[in-house]
Design a protein. Structure first.
Length: 267
């Protein structure tokens, strides 16, 4: 097995870029573990609300997240294609996918204490082997040595349209302009937070997906993965007649006539 970094694919990008959807499909195609870090932050937000903890109390939320068992299980028909999320055995998949939860999670994700706890949980999961992991600081903080880093993005308008369609499928009727405003605000918060701000890793491949379908994006990511993890070709071995020629040349050079002559001396 190769270097551990060759087993990891890091996908970063802003809200609504489609990271979770394509990361899950890519992991399915490759047979990799998929780690949805956004779901982990949403679960921490749910924990804070359930326990009446102020959403600004980073220490209390981090302590609660640290001792809680946050589990991610493969998507199925009951979860509308989303990773199933459990906290201490209770499934909260649908509860954490609402627009309100998305907005509240932005503040939780900016708390350094919470990020420290969840980043360690994410690294523990990634150590299990081949994985695709998506978020906003994966290639820069969580897995800076990942074998492939991708920065997935799209225009705010396109991301708002996608979010509107996603929420409509869940029975919500969000206003487009309100969603666009929320996405722009989330972008500002993510890019300007003091801890692990959203940014493209210097060695990440940027993929702008405005005019691409989900399948198009997954196909492009598969190509990038194949290129990134293709083993280096073995050094070419000389053919038999080349080895014989090289051996003969060496033998000739050992003869006296081929020895270096002394330089002429001036008189």
């Amino acid at each position: 097995m190769g270097h551990p970094q060759a087993l990891q694919i890091a996908i970063d990008g802003p809200a609504g870029a489609g990271k979770s959807t394509v990361a899950r499909k890519l992991a399915d195609h490759l047979g990799y573990l998929y780690i949805d870090t956004g779901a982990m932050y949403r679960a921490s937000t749910w924990l804070a609300l359930k326990n009446d903890i102020p959403l600004t109390d980073g220490d209390a939320i981090a302590a609660l997240a640290s001792k809680s068992n946050i589990q991610l299980k493969p998507a199925d028909e009951s979860s509308d294609g989303k990773i199933r999320v459990f906290v201490d055995g209770q499934e909260i998949t649908r509860e954490i996918r609402t627009q309100r939860m998305s907005e509240l999670t932005a503040g939780i994700a900016a708390l350094g204490q919470v990020r420290a706890v969840l980043v360690e949980k994410q690294r523990e999961l990634a150590r299990e082997g081949f994985c695709v992991i998506d978020g906003r600081d994966i290639g820069t903080v969580v897995m800076p040595d990942a074998g492939l880093k991708v920065f997935l993005t799209a225009s705010p308008e396109e991301r708002a349209r996608r979010r509107q369609k996603e929420l409509a499928a869940q029975g919500e009727t969000p206003d487009f302009e309100a969603l666009l405003k929320a996405i722009n605000e989330r972008d500002y918060l993510d890019c300007n937070r003091a801890v692990s701000p959203l940014m493209r890793a210097v060695d990440a491949v940027e993929l702008i997906t405005d005019n691409m379908t989900i399948d198009d994006v997954v196909l492009e990511l598969e190509k990038l993965a194949k290129e990134a993890f293709q083993p280096a070709p073995a050094p070419a071995q000389p053919r038999a007649h080349e080895r014989e020629s090289a051996s003969a040349l060496t033998d000739f050079q050992d003869l006296p006539e081929f020895q270096e002559l002394p330089e002429a001396q001036e008189v």
